[in-house]
Ligand binder design. Structure first.
Ligand code: C2E
Ligand code: MG
Ligand code: MG
Ligand code: MG
Length: 283
């Protein structure tokens, strides 16, 4: 019986692997035409300043709508990272996001975060640089692009190697005024030593930490310690994934600077995001 069960499981495992490989192969093909046929949309999730309750920031989040199906960035970004299409996708995300920031950022007083994939940064370092891409887009918009209202979100995996070219690239971006945020903080396996040598401005505490807080005093202690450490290092802190009143109150009590989550707002399309800014302005 054990042998049979084992055999069955083995086949099941294989089938799953086969299906995933087929899906990945399809996505590589689909990605080739996705940009040209305008299948992507950029959504904007408000980020609220805890002390004032105001929308002062937003994170740009990509969506892929393909023949009635919505494909999650969690699924397609890793695929796009392996065939190089992430470079064009990243460029498109910055074009859209920077355009919104340029036209609405000063009148509504908000700043914007865009995610930059680790793989894209490595290819850029070998080619013409993330800074060149950002400069090119900014120059097309006008000579007064508000670089100081643009944040780049990177993940811990990028920081593990402490590559000197990487540090140089980020120092140049910061010299322009851009801010650097470490996304999904606490989920990676890197050491904390990068906080010492890597030029960053903000930590975003991953939503998995916030989700388990109410039931777990240990988790609360961790979030508290991360916040205190960040402030001691002059970093601002964002809590991701705040979904209810309890979590909001907790985040406030800990002294976290900004919150992002469904409790306040889901990612919104451009029109709804601007409408929300307009509504909060006249309040
Ligand atoms: P992330 O950068 O950590 O983005 C936050 C994710 O948490 C988003 O998922 C957002 O919709 C979700 N979220 C926000 N508030 C809540 C909440 O209260 N509860 C829950 N359960 N989730 C919440 P999304 O949009 O599915 O994106 C997933 C990941 O895909 C992002 O995680 C980011 O790593 C990547 N991604 C998204 N857009 C882009 C992009 O334009 N470029 C790159 N390179 N990666 C992107
Ligand atoms: Mg992010
Ligand atoms: Mg995040
Ligand atoms: Mg996250």
């Amino acid at each position: 019986v054990a042998k049979e069960a084992g055999k069955g499981r083995y086949q099941f495992f294989n089938q799953g692997m086969q299906q995933r490989a087929e899906r990945t192969a399809l996505m590589h093909t689909w990605l080739k035409t996705a940009l040209a046929t305008k299948q992507f949309e950029l959504l904007y999730q408000p980020i609220i300043e805890v002390s004032t309750g105001k929308v002062v920031h937003a994170e740009a989040l990509i969506r892929w709508y393909r023949e009635g199906e919505t494909i999650s960035p969690l699924e397609f970004i890793p695929v796009a990272e392996t065939d190089g299409s992430i470079v064009e996708i990243g460029e498109w995300v910055r074009e859209q996001g920077m355009d919104l920031l340029y036209h609405y950022g000063s009148s509504y007083g908000f700043s914007l975060s865009v995610n930059v994939s680790t793989q894209e940064i490595w290819s850029h370092l070998l080619q013409d640089g993330l800074l060149t891409s950002i400069d090119r887009i900014a120059a097309r918009l006008g000579d007064d692009f508000p670089f100081d209202q643009l944040t780049l979100e990177i993940t811990e995996s990028l920081l593990m190697e402490g590559h000197s070219n990487l540090i140089k690239a980020f120092e140049q971006l910061r010299a322009k005024g851009c801010k650097i945020a470490v996304d999904d903080f606490g989920t990676g396996y890197s050491s904390l030593s990068y906080l010492n040598y890597f030029p960053i401005d903000q930590l975003k505490i991953d939503k998995s930490f916030i989700r388990n807080c109410q039931q777990s005093p240990k988790q609360q202690a961790l979030v508290n310690a991360i916040t205190k450490m960040s402030h001691a290092l002059n970093l601002t802190v964002v809590a991701e994934g705040v979904e209810d009143q309890w979590q909001l109150e907790f985040v406030k009590s800990v002294g976290i600077d900004f919150v992002q989550g469904y409790f306040y707002a889901k990612p919104l399309n451009k029109k709804d995001f601007i409408a929300l800014l307009e509504a909060s302005k006249s309040r």
